[in-house]
Design a protein around this ligand. Sequence first.
Ligand SMILES: *Cc1c(COP(=O)(O)O)cnc(C)c1O
Length: 435
Amino acid sequence: MESPELQLKQMKRDDIIDQLIVEEVRRQSEGLEMIPSENHTSQNVLDALGSRLTDKYSEGYPGMRYYGGCEVVDKVENIARDRAKKLFGCDHANVQPYSGSPGNMAAYYALVDPGDTVMGLHLFFGGHMTHGLKVNFSGTYYRSVQYKTGQDGYLDYDAIQQMATEEKPRLLVAGATAYPRIYDWKRLREIADSVGAWFLADTSHITGLIVGGEHPSPIGIADVVMTTTHKTLRGPRGAILLCNGNPSTPLKKVERTKENLPTLLDRAIIPGLQGGPHNHQTAAIAVALREASQPEFKIYARQIVKNAKKLAEKLLKKDYNLVTGGTDNHLLLIDLTNKGVIGAEAETALGKAGITVNKNAVPFDPRSPFSPSGIRLGTPALTTRGMKEREMEQIAEWIDQAISNHSNDKKLAQIKAEVKELSSKFPLPSNQKNG
Ligand SMILES: *Cc1c(COP(=O)(O)O)cnc(C)c1O
C-alpha cells in the first residue's frame, strides 16, 4: 500500500483550475491593480492560507472547543488574537469573522435587536451595503436610516447629528468604501452619546493606514471596531472585531454593557452566526499582523498616501473632478461627468489598457447606481509592488490617455503594452511560487 501522502501526490492535478490560477496571476502581474480594496499579500501569508490548517474543525474559542485535537490551532488563534490586541491597542480581539460582512453582522447581532433603528452612511455616498442598505440584512432586519455626505463630498457632521436627534438610532455606524478623507471619530462618538447609541467604526479600507500611523484610530472611541484584514492591512480575506471590556465573563446571560462587549461579540460569532473558524485564515491573519507591526509597514502606509496624493495632483491638473477635491488616504473618487464618459466606459477602457479600477457612484449621482458617473481607484496594491511617485505620474498620464481615447482600441492596446513593460519591473511579492 502506498502511503496516504504519496496517493495524494499522485492524484491527477486539476488542470483546469491550475491553468486559471496561472492566468489570474499573469493578469495581476502584467497589469495595474487599482481597485482600492485590493492588495497583494506576501508569500508567507499565502503559505499559511494554503496550509493543512484548513482541514481542522475547532468550533469555539481557544481552551473552550467543541472538538478534540485543537491544541495546535488554539495556539494559532491565541497568537492571532494577541497580535491584534497589541497592534490595535485594545483589550479584546475576535479573529474569527469569515469576512467583513459577517463581521458587521456579528456587531449588529451583539449590540441591537431586530427592528431597532440603525444609522449608517448610504451606499451611494460611499457606505457599505452592511451599513443599512434596504436590500441587505442590515436594512431588512433593522429599521435603517441612512445619512449622506454634503454636496462637497465631505461627511456633514451637523447633518449626521440632526438625523441622529430625529431618528434616535440604537446603533451608529461609520466607515466607508469610497471616502477619500479622514474621519472625526470623536465627533461621531459625541453624536452617538447624545442619543445613547452604540458606535461601530468600520475601518476596513483604512486599517493599514491606521496601524501605519497615517490615519487616526477609533480604538477607545468607538465601542466596536470591525475591520477586514485583506485591504490596506494586506492580509488574507477575513475580518477582526476589536473592543475594550472584560473578556472573562462567566457562562451566563450577559447584559448589553461596555464591560461585556468582548463576551457579546464572541457569542455573536459563535453560537450566534458562525460554526467552525477558518484556521488557515486565522494563521494567515496572524502572519499579516506580524508584518503590519514591523517598521517597514509604516513606510508602506506612508507611501500609499504619498502615491494617492501624487495621482490626485496629476489628475487635478488634467481637469479631473475629484470628489472632495483630493485625498487624505489611499483612494480617489472621480466624477467623470465633465469628461463626457460614464463610469462603466472608463472602467472598460482602463481595463483594456491593463489598469483595473471600478465604476462607482459619486455623491448625489444623477445616474443609476448600476451605471454611475464615476470611478474609484487607489494605490495599496501598486505600493506593495514598490511603485512610488514617479510611477504614479506615468500612471496618471495613462489613465488620462485611456479615458480620452476610450473608444480607440488600438490606442488602449498600445497603453496596455506600456503598462506591461512597467509592471514587469515591479513583480508581485509572491513571485517564487505563484508568479
Ligand atoms: C470591504 C468592506 C466590507 C465587507 O467586507 P467583505 O469582506 O467584502 O464582506 C465592509 N465594510 C466596509 C467599509 C468595507 O470596505
